[in-house]
Design a protein around this ligand. Structure first.
Ligand code: SF4
Length: 344
């Protein structure tokens, strides 16, 4: 049975007109119920006549990922454990930011990249998520916020489990769905795709003009990147930076560089100087994130002094650099901590 959330608006129109023999306006009605009003039950779609609702139930469904567990951090960060129809589990996190929330979305169950600091990487790759499974995380989070009288969801980052550019076709369909004013109505300017950075796929994303990338760089040179992120480093760091220099951007846009500070590994002053040289002239801002020590991982957090010294060197070199507070560490919702234990 087809899940209508897996279809883009154009695909839904084709399905309604060609498979169901319905006029085009029915697709628009369905679309609004599903994406704008967050309704999954055909019987609640009151402007659709009962016989048609019955016919729809025979051929299709609107299935959200099921929330299996919700954990709320001291800082308000909330982590959802979702169960897909086939039993695969993924996690998504919503983060409070003053008058709004930002959501970190997963694009794959597990991840093939195996970055050595990341719990998701330890899981290995299970499968790509579908259009409906990725955006179903948004529907569920939006409902949670509404039900609890919390500020609205405004920003999306594709930074949860998985490597978004290895699920690129679906990612582009998802990005195409976001800004629909009769649907989710989330601007591309409020969406960011976090990736280890594959030069070819970055070009495709840039050509789409639908999102800016946040690059998980985490090292200032090829040798250290090979040690920390061996699979990502199959593409040479110089080719990655060249692809970033060519990325199409509007006048005030910048690429985000994510740099996870691993105590004693990549947080030395010489690494900061090398990073400044590598990124010299690139329109970017650097987010420095202190690693959260977790079980089974060979790394420890950097000291506050080392993190500040790293930031100061970048600033002295004329770069924009922030130290980002890791949110939700107490519920294992911070960067690199998502793992969706299958045994939970
Ligand atoms: S950091 Fe991202 S790309 Fe690397 S293993 Fe984790 S989820 Fe995959």
């Amino acid at each position: 049975m087809i899940n209508l959330l897996d279809l883009t608006r154009t695909e839904l129109e084709t399905f309604c007109t060609q498979e169901l023999g319905l006029p085009r306006f029915r697709a628009e009605q369905l679309w609004q119920w599903m994406w704008q009003k967050g309704v999954a039950d055909f019987d609640a779609m009151t402007n659709i006549a009962k016989p048609l609702r019955e016919a729809l139930k025979e051929k299709c469904e609107v299935r959200w990922p099921e929330i299996e567990k919700t954990q709320v951090s001291e800082d308000g960060t909330t982590k959802f454990l979702f169960r897909m129809q086939d039993g695969k589990r993924i996690e998504s996190v919503i983060i409070p930011m003053h008058d709004r929330y930002s959501q970190c979305l997963s694009t794959q169950a597990g991840c093939a990249m195996g970055c050595t600091f990341c719990n998701t990487g330890l899981m290995g790759f299970e499968r790509n998520l579908t259009h409906g499974e990725i955006l179903g995380q948004v529907l569920a989070a939006r409902k949670h916020l509404e039900d609890n009288d919390l500020p609205p969801l405004k920003n999306l980052v594709f930074m949860g489990m998985g490597e978004p550019l290895l699920n690129l076709d679906t990612l582009l369909r998802v990005l195409g769905t976001l800004p629909d004013t009769k649907g989710l109505n989330i601007s591309w300017r409020r969406s960011m795709v976090s990736t280890v950075g594959f030069p070819d796929q970055l070009r495709t994303l840039g050509d789409s003009e639908m999102a800016l990338p946040a690059i998980s760089l985490h090292a200032p040179n090829q040798a250290l990147r090979e040690q920390i992120m061996p699979k990502a480093a199959r593409f040479h760091i110089d080719d990655l930076v060249a692809a970033l220099r060519a990325y199409p951007m509007r006048p005030r846009e910048r690429i985000t560089i994510e740099y996870l500070l691993l105590g004693g590994v990549n947080d030395r002053p010489e690494h900061a100087r090398e990073l400044a040289t590598l990124l010299s002239g690139l329109r970017c801002k650097v987010n420095l994130i202190s690693y959260n020590a977790t079980e089974d991982m060979p790394y420890h957090a950097p000291s506050r002094e080392d993190a500040e010294a790293f930031q100061n060197i970048l600033k002295q070199k004329g770069m924009t650099a922030f130290i980002r507070r890791s949110m939700g560490a107490d519920i294992a919702a911070a960067c690199g901590q998502l793992k969706a234990d299958q045994a939970k």
